[in-house]
Design a protein around this ligand. Structure first.
Ligand SMILES: *Cc1c(COP(=O)(O)O)cnc(C)c1O
Length: 384
C-alpha cells in the first residue's frame, strides 16, 4: 500500500497538483498568522467579516451556556433544539420560503436534497461549472446527469428536450464559486418552466452579498420561491458560522425530513452554532454598510488590476479570479506573493477545468483600502 500510494503522490507533485494545508493561529481575518508568520490574506469566503464578529462570538458563548457543546443526537432522535428550530424559522422568513431545514454542511445539504428528490428513472441537469458537491450529488442519486454549457440556457433547453421522462431537476450555483459570475436565473427558470422541470439554486456565495438585505441572487434578479422551488444556502461563507440550509415548500421540507439520508443519519449541528447564526443573520440583514464597503473594494481592485493589465473575469462579486492557465505558473505566482506576505491560493484542476488554473482573489468587507492597494502593488511586482 505505501509504495503504491507514494507513487501516486509523487505523480501529483510532478504535475504541480499536490495540495497541502497551512496552519492558522487565531481567527479568520485579513491579517493572519499562518505557518507562524504574519500574512495578509485574500482567499476566505468570510465576505462580510462576520466570522470573528464580537456579537456572533458572544452568541456562541451564550449558546454554549444554555445548550452545552454537542447536540448529542440526530434531529429526528432528540437533537433538534429550540435554537435550531428558531433559526430555521428565521431563515425561512429571510429567504421568503414556507420552511427551511438545517444541514450540518453545504456538501451534505446538496447530497441530501438531490438524492432525496431523484432516482434512476429521473434526470438532473447541471451547469458544467457547478460546485463539486452538486456534481457528486447528481452522481450519487443514480439519475441521468447532463452537464450543460456554462451559463447557457439554450444548452440546457437542448438537454431538457432530449430527456422528457421522469422527474427533471435543473441545478445551478447562484454565484459560481471559482469564477464569481452569476447564473442567468430568469432564463434558466423560464427554460425549466417551459419544460416542466424543477429548479434548484445553490446560493452559497450570493446570500449576504447580493440583493436587498443580502437576500441573495434570487432577490438580485427580482425572483422568488415560485420560480425557484429549491434554494440551498450555506452558513460558512457570508454568515461567518458553519452549516447550511435548504428552503422550500412545506412538502419539500417534509420530504427531506423523511428521505434525505445526509439529514437523517448525522448528528445535529451544535445548538450554540444555531444561536450564533441567528445573530449573524441579524447582522447580515442589517449589513448595508458592509455590503457598500465590499462593493467599493471590489471596484477598487478591478480598477487597479485593469491598470496592471491583469486578466480578470466578468465578476461583480467578491470572487475576483485572475486566470493564468498553466498550473505551474499559478503556483509560482502564488508562492511569490506569499514570500512578500500575501496569501492568495492557487486554484488548480480538478477544482477548475484543465488549462484554467487561477489565483482566486476574494475580498471581504473586513479588508481596508490600504490592504487592497498592497495586494495590487505586489501583484504588479510578481504577476503583471
Ligand atoms: C462552499 C460551497 C458548498 C459547500 O458548503 P460547506 O458548508 O462548506 O460544505 C456548496 N456549494 C457551493 C457553491 C459552495 O461554494
Amino acid at each position: 500500500m505505501e509504495a503504491e500510494l507514494n507513487a501516486a503522490l509523487i505523480e501529483l507533485r510532478t504535475q504541480a497538483l499536490y495540495r497541502s494545508r497551512r496552519v492558522v493561529d487565531g481567527p479568520q481575518a485579513p491579517q493572519q498568522v499562518i505557518d507562524g508568520r504574519e500574512v495578509l490574506s485574500f482567499c476566505s469566503n468570510d465576505y462580510l467579516g462576520l466570522a470573528n464578529h464580537p456579537e456572533v462570538i458572544a452568541a456562541l458563548q451564550r449558546g454554549a451556556d444554555d445548550y452545552g457543546v454537542g447536540a448529542g443526537a440526530a434531529h429526528l432522535i432528540n437533537g433538534h433544539s429550540r435554537a435550531h428550530h428558531v433559526l430555521e424559522e428565521a431563515l425561512a422568513e429571510f429567504t421568503g420560503y414556507e420552511r427551511a431545514l438545517l444541514f450540518s454542511t453545504g456538501y451534505m445539504a446538496n447530497l441530501g436534497v438531490i438524492t432525496a428528490l431523484l432516482g434512476k428513472a429521473d434526470a438532473v441537469f447541471e451547469d458544467r461549472l457547478n460546485h463539486a458537491s452538486l456534481i457528486d450529488a447528481g452522481r450519487l442519486s443514480g439519475a441521468r446527469l447532463r452537464r450543460y454549457r456554462h451559463v447557457d440556457p439554450s444548452s440546457l433547453d437542448g438537454w431538457l428536450g432530449k430527456h422528457p421522462q421522469g422527474r427533471r431537476l435543473v441545478v445551478t450555483d447562484g454565484v459560481f464559486s471559482m469564477d464569481g459570475d452569476l447564473a442567468p436565473l430568469p432564463a434558466l427558470a423560464a427554460s425549466a418552466a417551459r419544460n416542466k422541470a424543477w429548479l434548484m439554486v445553490d446560493d452559497a456565495h450570493g446570500l449576504g452579498v447580493l440583493g436587498r438585505q443580502g437576500r441573495g441572487t434570487l432577490d438580485h434578479f427580482g425572483m422568488d420561491a415560485c420560480e425557484v422551488p429549491v434554494l440551498m444556502g450555506t452558513l460558512g461563507k457570508a454568515f461567518g458560522t458553519s452549516g447550511a440550509f435548504v428552503a422550500g415548500s412545506e412538502a419539500l421540507i417534509e420530504t427531506l425530513i423523511q428521505q434525505a439520508r445526509s439529514y437523517i443519519y448525522t448528528t445535529a449541528l451544535p445548538p450554540a452554532l444555531a444561536e450564533a447564526t441567528c445573530t449573524s443573520l441579524r447582522l447580515l440583514q442589517r449589513g448595508e454598510g458592509r455590503r457598500e464597503r465590499l462593493a467599493a473594494l471590489i471596484q477598487r481592485f478591478r480598477h487597479g488590476a485593469g491598470q496592471l493589465g491583469l486578466e480578470l473575469m466578468v465578476s461583480e462579486t467578491p470572487i475576483q479570479p485572475i486566470v493564468m492557465g498553466e498550473t505551474a505558473r499559478v503556483v509560482a505566482v502564488s508562492e511569490a506573493l506569499l514570500r512578500r506576505g500575501i496569501l492568495v491560493t492557487a486554484i488548480r484542476p480538478p477544482t477548475v477545468p484543465a488549462g484554467s488554473a487561477r489565483l482566486r482573489v476574494t475580498l471581504s468587507a473586513a479588508h481596508s483600502e490600504t490592504q487592497v492597494d498592497r495586494l495590487l502593488d505586489v501583484l504588479g511586482e510578481v504577476a503583471a
